[in-house]
Design a protein around this ligand. Structure first.
Ligand code: NAD
Length: 347
């Protein structure tokens, strides 16, 4: 694309996204995304922030996630439909757009199903690096669906995890995850129960999908000193962690106005104390303060992480063949002659 093609918008398809990931390398892409997210979290206060706009239905939710740093504007469209996998569809799919604030012109349109899995995993690992016990080597991975391998690989690449212990209510999901991770360098163990998966784990990731107040972790399962990376409780009425664990631990969140609606803390009082994770990453607030402390990252996914991922992709596709120039914006020679352009198209 050249400057005269400025009305053509780079579009990254799923196929191109997969090629980009292999071109960059999965580990480097996860680390790169974590760096971009850390960079944007360090600028947290200058972003426009709002809880995402959610349209709920009996089987799922469709959400829009906008934000801007005053220079660029981004949004993601994402769904969450736990029953989709029964029909051969993904639980979570997404696409997103980045635009130039000065002109309002889009500068990138991209698939974000793959990208969401990577950015969620990069965020989890960035947070675990700050909150998990320093000597953490083992993660329990509960829920072995679409996100699980990405979560495991990011914890390996960014947080020093060498062992993952897998559990899912569906043994086929665990077998799939174990097979996919077999060449990763991780030491992988398939477990028969969530309790078994947690044996010797310093990090516990819950990444299940159920449109219900599920209790994946009960109070008696969680001992002192662990870090819980709670991914799957991300919607009103959809939680994973027993309230008693939340009461015992210290809770870290992305954006409290959104997490209080969507996260596991929807089960707690509206004024229950939480720490915003950007403040820990920026060095303003302490993270883990003792060996006995239970730290809980009540992750729901926030728009700034998607904005970081969009920035990363925009920067990395430059000079590559991993996008299509998309004829998305009308571009009449005379900007006020849109009608004339339509007339000429008829001829
Ligand atoms: P998925 O449907 O592919 O996988 C979910 C897995 O959880 C399935 O294999 C299912 O069998 C398993 N499961 C369900 N109930 C369980 C239980 N009680 N114990 C153990 N396993 C159980 O979904 P996915 O794409 O991997 O997403 C997982 C969850 O993460 C979803 O709830 C999704 O909304 C959420 N998510 C959160 C973020 C975030 O930023 N926090 C981002 C993406 C996805």
């Amino acid at each position: 694309m050249t400057p005269s093609d400025k009305a053509l918008v780079p579009f990254v398809s799923v196929d191109h996204m997969m090629q980009l990931i292999h071109h960059v390398g999965l580990d480097d892409m996860l680390r790169g995304l974590a760096d971009y997210i850390a960079d944007d979290f360090s600028r947290w206060e200058l972003f426009d922030k709002t809880p995402r706009v959610a349209a709920h239905s009996p089987e799922g939710v469709i959400e829009l996630m906008p934000t801007s740093d005053g220079i660029s504007y981004g949004f993601k469209y994402v769904n969450g439909h736990p029953k989709n996998t029964v029909d051969g569809l993904q639980t979570v799919t997404a696409f997103g757009l980045l635009a130039d604030v000065d002109t309002g012109y889009p500068v990138l349109l991209t698939e974000m199903t793959m990208l969401t899995a990577l950015r969620t995993a990069a965020t989890s690992a960035l947070v675990a690096r700050a909150l998990a016990p320093k000597e953490a080597t083992t993660m329990a991975m509960i829920g072995n669906g679409a996100q699980s391998e990405f979560q495991s690989r990011a914890m390996q690449a960014i947080a020093g995890i060498t062992h993952v212990r897998l559990y899912d209510i569906d043994p086929a999901a665990t077998a799939k995850c174990a097979a996919n991770l077999s060449q990763s360098g991780l030491n992988v163990t398939a477990c028969a129960s969530a309790e078994d998966a947690m044996v010797g784990a310093q990090i516990i990731t819950t990444c299940t999908a159920d449109k219900a107040h599920a209790t994946i972790l009960t109070d008696n399962m969680v001992g002192a000193g662990v870090h819980i990376n709670a991914i799957g409780g991300d919607c009103p009425g959809k939680t994973e962690i027993a309230p008693a664990i939340l009461e015992r631990g210290d809770i870290f969140v992305e954006y409290p106005p959104q997490t209080r609606i969507e996260g596991d803390i929807q089960q707690l009082a509206a004024d229950h104390p939480v720490t915003e994770i950007w403040e820990v990453l920026a060095g303003h607030k302490p993270g883990r303060t003792s060996d006995k402390q239970i730290t809980i990252f009540d992750s729901v996914g926030f728009a700034i992480e998607d904005f970081s991922a969009l920035r990363f992709v925009r920067d990395r596709i430059n000079g590559t063949p991993f996008f299509h120039p998309l004829d998305l914006l009308a571009d009449p020679d005379d900007p006020r002659d849109l009608y004339g352009m339509l007339n000429r198209a008829k001829a």
